[in-house]
Ligand binder design. Structure first.
Ligand SMILES: [Zn+2]
Length: 312
């Protein structure tokens, strides 16, 4: 369902390098500590870590605590699939001791940019570290949204801890302790999510999503995704695709359309009205939002509450 064009990524890359030659004083990328108020301030000597998204920035900040100064290249509420790198992106990359990306086609333009600009430290691609058998592919291309299965987010956390220990070997014990404490919270979050979704009647578990962000969540917690409104972010469906989606909703008995806070809900709302199903407009997946969805844990709890309410 979700096709991505490497050619489009190349165009963005050149445009961004051209922009660099014009101006270096761009807007400031989002610092994770500016998102969630419960994150500790970076201590003197904290290393600079760049994450491609606010979700990954939050995971890094939870594991690294005051030992890291984390920046997200895509700001809160921004959309990674259609993100255009800015001059500030290049500066952040060039100063980073570690770059944390998802891979699996999610943040390719940014990892291409890192390869071009060069960074002080290594790049880790968390999704690429998952076992191939764990990935859900569509037309041969793995879906990148693995963090929405909390069990996979825990694997991301383990990989982040390992990378931070390589960057800060003398602080390994602190990083291990912080990672273990956060992992315990995620284990609880995973169990809570499973229990909440288990309470949804089996007949109500069919859903339509806006973009194809929920296959790992659905697999882990027992939903069935019937289809998506848009095949690729930034690309509106054709009249034929909308007709096919309406037919699929009718044939499957899907209960709800889940739209997302970072996109307009106009199209999803119109399709839901036509199909006579519920629309939930404010789910988060690729980006964090305002409190209480200002952390990964908050995002999952926010989504689960809304999903369960829409399907009851
Ligand atoms: Zn996405």
């Amino acid at each position: 369902m979700t096709a991505r064009s490497p050619r489009r990524a190349g165009v963005r890359l050149s445009a961004s390098l051209a922009a660099l030659s014009i101006a270096l004083a761009g807007c400031v990328a989002t610092e994770a500590s500016a998102l969630a108020p419960d994150l500790p301030s970076p201590e003197p000597g904290a290393i600079r870590v760049v994450a491609t998204t606010t979700v990954l920035a939050d995971l890094v900040a939870r594991v690294g605590g005051s030992l890291v100064r984390v920046t997200s290249l895509v700001p809160k509420g921004g959309e990674i699939h259609t993100f255009d790198p800015r001059p500030s992106t290049l500066i952040a990359i060039s100063e980073a001791s570690l770059i944390v990306a998802n891979g699996l086609g999610l943040d390719e333009p940014l990892t291409d940019l890192v390869a071009t600009v060069g960074s002080r430290g290594p790049v880790i691609q968390l999704g690429e570290g998952l076992a191939r058998t764990a990935l859900i592919a569509d037309e041969g291309q793995p879906n990148p949204h693995a963090w929405l299965n909390v069990a996979y987010a825990r694997l991301y956390v383990a990989a982040i801890a390992s990378a931070l220990k390589s960057a800060l070997p003398t602080r390994a014990a602190v990083i291990d302790a912080q990672a273990a404490a956060y992992d315990a919270r995620l284990a609880e979050l995973d169990a809570w999510t499973r229990a909440r979704l288990a309470a949804v009647p089996a007949a109500n578990r069919k859903v339509i999503v806006l973009h194809d962000a929920f296959p790992y969540f659905a697999n882990a917690y027992g939903l069935e995704v019937i289809g998506s409104v848009i095949s690729s972010p930034g690309q509106d469906p054709s009249a034929g695709e909308i007709t096919a989606l309406l037919a699929a909703i009718k044939a499957s008995g899907a209960r709800a359309i889940f739209s997302e806070a970072q996109f307009s809900d106009k199209l999803a709302g119109a399709i839901a009205a036509e199909a006579g199903v519920v629309v939930e407009s404010n789910l988060y997946d690729d980006t964090l939002g305002d409190a209480p969805a200002d952390s990964f844990e908050g995002l999952i709890r926010w989504d689960v509450d809304r999903i369960v309410a829409a399907l009851q």
